[in-house]
Design a binder for this molecule. Structure first.
Ligand SMILES: NC(=O)c1ccc[n+]([C@@H]2O[C@H](COP(=O)([O-])OP(=O)(O)OC[C@H]3O[C@@H](n4cnc5c(N)ncnc54)[C@H](OP(=O)(O)O)[C@@H]3O)[C@@H](O)[C@H]2O)c1
Length: 348
């Protein structure tokens, strides 16, 4: 068996502790050997849980990148620092994966894309929703049955959660990243939409701030035109009053339709579809219950493979793809500032 890849975790906050560490521990060829956090005591606690030795709890990002034993860096920083981390990775020739959204704004995001395109170094944005098994089922098994795609409705809405642990993070309460929670969670939704239907060309949107704690606008109602010509609506926000959390994505075709529903009230996420060119000729509904994969494990396995094979082309979410997700949020915000006018999504 080949020796494991040694990784360093930088930004040992909530998500590093609750999700990355347990995920990394499950993957036999990954070994955490170093850590860094702005508040060092938190990195020390993290290191104990991760089995990282005290000497490898570093005082700066630079020290992490200078450690020759570290094969790659896993960064979970407030997103305005992603660009700095990527610059260091390139300077020190060390592969890096980092958490979404790609950056705090499109200028930074563009710089990351350009830097990543000039190097062979594996650089990935951790957008785990791109690894959903449901995407493959919809694309490969269902879309071919429903004729030409005409449109879609994408709805991800829910009540405000006073106990949301992420509200304790200062960088979210006073967001430097455009769209605050709209980009924080919205890029996940957009990753799913785009993996299934392709890139977005333009957006007309209206956004609003409902909660003071969001620090900026936190709900979005929009219509979108995709590059393929498909049109649809995209509604997103978790800042409403009491309501059921509702997450569903319906695609309408000339010969049927499909709905993917991953609302938490369901036992399992479902894909249901019917075929036929009219109400009169419609088939019975087919229901598929999905045993979803662990998307965090999948994204790490994907990145590890790219690092081992030294092949950045294996990466499922390179910066260029993650740029598009943030660019859609930026277009929606710009559209809203112009009263909902149609705005083209920026390309790098
Ligand atoms: N994929 C997902 O589903 C998902 C879910 C949640 C979060 N995330 C992503 O994970 C990342 C971390 O989020 P989180 O919720 O874990 O936030 P967090 O708990 O605030 O963690 C961020 C860490 O970065 C450190 N930090 C703050 N300012 C810094 C600076 N100037 N330089 C270096 N380090 C600094 C913080 O250190 P201190 O201890 O000093 O504050 C903190 O430990 C974000 O990119 C977020 O979008 C992804």
């Amino acid at each position: 068996m080949s020796s494991p890849l040694n990784l360093a975790i930088v930004g040992t906050g909530i998500f590093a502790t609750d999700t990355h560490l347990p995920t990394i521990k499950k993957i036999s060829n990954l070994k955490p050997i170093a850590a860094y956090n702005r508040t060092k005591s938190k990195a020390e606690t993290f290191a104990e849980k991760a089995g990282i030795s005290k000497e490898k709890v570093y005082d700066s990002l630079e020290e992490v990148f200078n450690d020759s034993k570290v094969d790659f860096v896993d960064a979970l920083l407030p997103v305005q620092f992603n660009l700095d981390a990527v610059k260091l990775a390139i300077e020190k020739n060390k592969p890096i994966c980092f958490e979404k959204p790609i950056a705090a704004n499109l200028e930074q995001a563009k710089e990351i894309v350009k830097l990543s395109e000039k190097t062979d170094l594996p650089i990935a944005v951790l957008e785990n929703w791109s690894f959903l098994k449901a995407i493959k089922i919809i694309k490969n098994e269902v879309l071919p049955k429903i004729g030409d795609i005409i449109g879609f409705t994408y709805n991800a809405t829910g009540p405000w959660n006073d106990e949301n642990k992420y509200l304790a993070t200062g960088w979210r309460l006073k967001p430097e990243h455009i769209g605050g929670f709209l980009s924080d969670g919205g890029v996940h939704q957009l990753a799913l939409l785009i993996e299934v239907l392709g890139d977005v060309e333009s957006v007309s949107g209206l956004t609003k701030q409902v909660r003071e704690q969001s620090g900026t606008d936190d709900i979005l109602f929009s219509t979108m035109k995709l590059k393929s010509g498909v049109i649809g609506t995209f509604t997103y926000g978790s800042a409403f009053g009491a309501t059921d959390k509702s997450t569903s994505f319906t695609i309408f075709g000339t010969n049927g339709s499909v709905t993917y529903d991953w609302s938490p009230s369901l036992n399992k996420p479902t894909i249901s579809y019917q075929t036929g060119t009219s109400g009169q000729t419609k088939s019975e509904k087919t229901l598929i219950e999905i045993d979803e994969v662990n998307t965090f494990e999948e994204e790490f396995k994907n990145f590890a493979e790219a690092v081992i094979k030294k092949d950045k082309n294996l990466i499922v979410v390179p910066p260029s793809k993650a740029f598009h997700h943030l660019a859609i949020v930026a277009a929606a915000l710009e559209s809203s500032s112009k009263g909902g006018s149609n705005v083209k999504v920026e390309v790098v």
